[in-house]
Write a protein that binds this ligand. Structure first.
Ligand code: DER
Length: 224
């Protein structure tokens, strides 16, 4: 008997959509790690694809799995991106960034013909608003941006790692914003993007085409 977690089951459902010859965007986080691992098995068995990574950590995991990695900067379009999320809802709105990779994840997602979120049932909501919204901040702009976020009632908390500020793959800071509620995610996303010094945020409102979510071993597919 093989027991698979819901994250792994969701990842396998997305893997079924990968075709030979595709350029595949590899997400970041523990759910995406199952996808990368199983994709690596297929590649080692002769399945030919090329992949771009949404973080340095994913790039390392993918290379160790034997997946050919190409540099995203040389591409304009990716065929299929598979990534996790911190929270998703029935509108296919997502909050991403707990893994700190949402700046590259959003670029790769936006460049993809299809973007699939894989998640276990704990990530599903009727409307996003529970998970904090990560924001990537240019260090030069730290206190200015924090003040602007407080004016939006975003309650920003700078991410700490090993008693120092956490830094993204780009060398920027990340603040987690604990909005009391997100009644209008589109307006909130626009307000965040309008603050100079914010280079990215975790509100993904247009990028997700399909969600494969698994709960108790049962996979549900939701399409935009
Ligand atoms: O940081 C990210 O965007 C990750 O995709 C995150 O949202 C999901 O991570 P998990 O699969 O480990 O829950």
């Amino acid at each position: 008997l093989i027991h698979r977690s819901d994250k792994e089951i969701a990842a396998l459902a997305a893997l079924a959509e990968v075709e030979a010859g595709m350029t595949v965007g590899l997400g970041t986080g523990s759910t995406a790690a199952f996808f990368v691992s199983h994709l690596g098995e297929r590649v080692r068995a002769g399945f030919s694809i090329a992949a771009v990574a949404t973080s340095l950590s994913t790039e390392n995991v993918a290379r160790r799995a034997g997946i050919p990695i190409i540099a995203f900067e040389d591409l304009a379009t990716v065929d299929l991106t598979v990534d996790g999320a911190d929270e998703v809802d029935d509108r296919l709105f997502a909050i991403k960034g707990a893994g700190g990779a949402m700046l590259r994840e959003k670029i790769v997602a936006a460049s993809s013909r299809r973007m699939i979120v894989i998640a276990d049932g704990s990530k599903l909501s009727a409307a996003i608003g529970r998970a904090p919204v990560p924001v990537e901040i240019l260090p030069f702009a730290r206190e200015f941006v924090l003040a602007e976020l407080r004016r939006l009632d975003a309650e920003p908390v700078l991410r700490i790692a090993n008693d120092a500020y956490y830094h993204s793959d780009q060398g920027n800071l990340i603040a987690d914003c604990a909005f009391a509620s997100l009644p209008d995610p589109v307006a909130t996303a626009a307000a965040l993007s309008a603050i100079p010094g914010i280079l990215g945020h975790g509100l993904f409102l247009t990028e997700v085409d399909t969600i494969y979510s698994a709960n108790g071993g049962v996979v549900t597919r939701l399409d935009r």
